[in-house]
Design a protein around this ligand. Structure first.
Ligand code: ZN
Length: 221
């Protein structure tokens, strides 16, 4: 990735090798530009979303160039290995537009979908996360330093407000009725009771006490 001015020799801003997290010096850009296949980045048109759920390749290219990495807090998975996620789900009216799309690695895509991570995206690509513990994190697109023009606000079509889905959609682990320690204590107590019953059942019945016969006593002399 490189700015047109750097390829033309009018800027000393370095390029960036997507997926390798490496900078390309401007002088190298000038050397390789005539030999490389150049694919101009098409910027999104304000207010015009693409039809359908899946973004076009040019829109995917723009979002990956803007984000550079996964947009989850603290994740640096390269954008080229990421899914392109609708921040407001397409099924709930979210547009297929750069202002509503961002890169998420597969792990964080699943975390968002199933573990209740909530996100809100601003027109410049900033994402505000709210995690299940109510902590809030803000992530900005990776191109903020190298290619700040890609953060120019992209205005999508009106998007319906995000409402929590009916019922709780996030997965929850089933709650234990009893703790492991409690279960073990119950098991031991039940085994002991069973053993006691078996011992009692196998014991021979006690003989009834026999009254003493007076004739058996030795004579008193
Ligand atoms: Zn990630």
């Amino acid at each position: 990735m490189a700015e047109r001015a750097a390829l033309d020799g009018n800027s000393e801003r370095p390029g960036y090798l997507l997926g390798a997290d490496a900078l390309i010096p401007a002088e190298v850009l000038r050397d390789i530009a005539p030999l490389a296949e150049q694919r101009p980045l098409r910027e999104p048109v304000d207010g015009v979303a693409e039809k359908g759920y899946r973004p076009s390749q040019s829109l995917i290219d723009f979002v990956r160039a803007r984000d550079l990495t996964c947009r989850a807090p603290g994740c640096d998975q390269p954008a080229i290995d990421c899914d392109v996620d609708h921040t407001v789900p397409h099924s709930r009216g979210g547009s297929t537009h750069a202002s509503n799309l961002k890169c998420l690695c597969r792990f964080h895509h699943l975390v968002k979908t199933f573990w209740g991570w909530r996100d809100r995206q601003l027109p410049d690509g900033t994402v505000i996360w709210t995690l299940p513990d109510a902590q809030t994190y803000i992530t900005t697109p990776g191109s903020a330093v190298l290619f700040p023009t890609l953060l120019a606000p992209t205005v999508g079509p009106p998007t319906p407000p995000v409402c929590p889905p009916s019922g709780e959609r996030s997965l929850k682990m089933p709650r234990r009725k009893f703790s492991r320690v409690g279960n073990r204590a119950r098991y031991i107590a039940a085994e002991r009771a069973r053993n006691r019953q078996e011992v009692e059942a196998s014991r021979p019945p006690e003989k009834p006490a026999t009254p003493e016969q007076p004739g058996d006593d030795p004579p008193p002399f």
